[in-house]
Design a protein around this ligand. Structure first.
Ligand SMILES: Cc1cc2nc3c(=O)[nH]c(=O)nc-3n(C[C@H](O)[C@H](O)[C@H](O)COP(=O)(O)OP(=O)(O)OC[C@H]3O[C@@H](n4cnc5c(N)ncnc54)[C@H](O)[C@@H]3O)c2cc1C
Length: 291
């Protein structure tokens, strides 16, 4: 099916894009890589009257290192996130996650900002963004604000961004010594989307026990989440197989799993527990190797 007809305008700066959003109201929609928006427009699940193309705004592109922090511009493509040496070194979890999004065409066009703003239940990045405790920087008519990852994903296809705000960059603290990471994913074989995706960061204390573990989960439910109960179960503990398995059993506590043609609710719960166990184990091994 073809999309409904729409007007098209290209913004050359963030300020211009915000002003166009304000001017045209609810009928206007931003377009970045177009790899989520155009498919839903073709299905007529979205029928914007006007597209505001932000795809060539230079200030939204590329990766910067600022002290101990990585700043990834919203227009950075999945391929760039996956292959950028600064991202690979400071945030291997983010680079690995990006490398496993969709296929080559999707990775070459789709952007990290578009993926996060779209907030598909089966998107890969939310798991990593939550485990990394990233900060999402947004700019709107009232100026700039920083949104902690925990507050960003609100519901199915819904984020904390207000209608006239643009996600401009994602800020992530660099991985330090004694910290390890992992992303475990059960991918939909046709699209690559995560039926379940679990990201873990493990931080060891001076004795090699768990100072902190952070677990982000995507795919299982309508919205990605931090697995607080599983994390609390490991804090201060020795990271052995039994403790990790016991914590993984708590990962879906309080979660209403999706139940659809890609997987029943019971299957998703089982897979989420298994991938959580694997993610913590691998992150622990990597943390020990970096100790
Ligand atoms: C075949 C296929 C397979 C895919 N497989 C996967 C997969 O395995 N894993 C995965 O995670 N994703 C997958 N995707 C989705 C892909 O990652 C998209 O690139 C991504 O979801 C959207 O990024 P985009 O730049 O294309 O955004 P667009 O499609 O241009 O925009 C998406 C939405 O975000 C808004 N938006 C875009 N940029 C901004 C911004 N800076 N600030 C505020 N709002 C903004 C737009 O208005 C729109 O509502 C797949 C897509 C396809 C077509």
């Amino acid at each position: 099916m073809n999309p409904s007809s729409f007007a098209y305008e290209r913004a050359s700066s963030v300020a211009e894009a915000i002003s166009l959003l304000e001017q045209h109201g609810d009928g206007a929609k931003l377009i970045a890589g177009g790899h989520s928006l155009l498919p839903i427009m073709k299905l007529r699940l979205a029928e914007p009257e006007r597209l505001i193309d932000i795809g060539r705004i230079a200030e939204l592109q590329g990766v910067r290192v600022e002290g101990n922090e990585l700043a990834v511009g919203a227009l950075t493509t999945h391929h760039q996130v996956a292959t950028d040496p600064a991202v690979q070194s400071a945030s291997p979890l983010l680079a690995d996650t990006a490398s496993r999004v969709g296929d080559r065409q999707v990775r070459n066009r789709g952007t990290i900002g578009g993926a996060l703003a779209h907030a598909d239940a089966a998107a890969d990045y939310p798991a990593a963004i939550l485990a990394l405790e990233a900060t999402l920087v947004a700019r709107g008519p009232q100026g700039q604000r920083q949104i902690p990852a925990r507050e960003f994903f609100v519901d199915f296809l819904t984020t904390a961004l207000t209608p006239h705000e643009i996600l401009t960059e994602i800020r992530i603290a660099a991985l330090a010594a004694g910290q390890g990471w992992s992303y475990q994913k059960l991918a939909n074989q046709a699209s690559g989307y995560a039926i379940v995706g679990v990201a873990a960061i493990v931080i060891l204390d001076a004795n090699g026990a768990c100072a902190e573990v952070r677990i982000g989960v995507t795919g299982t439910a309508a919205v990605a989440w931090r697995a607080d109960a599983a994390e609390a179960a490991l804090r201060g503990k020795a990271l052995d197989a039994d403790a990790i398995a016991a914590a993984a059993r708590l990962v879906t506590e309080g979660i209403a799993p999706l139940d659809d043609l890609h997987g029943s609710a019971a299957y998703r719960l089982r897979v989420t527990e298994g991938l959580t166990r694997r993610a913590i184990l691998e992150a622990t091994e990597r943390a020990r190797a970096r100790g």
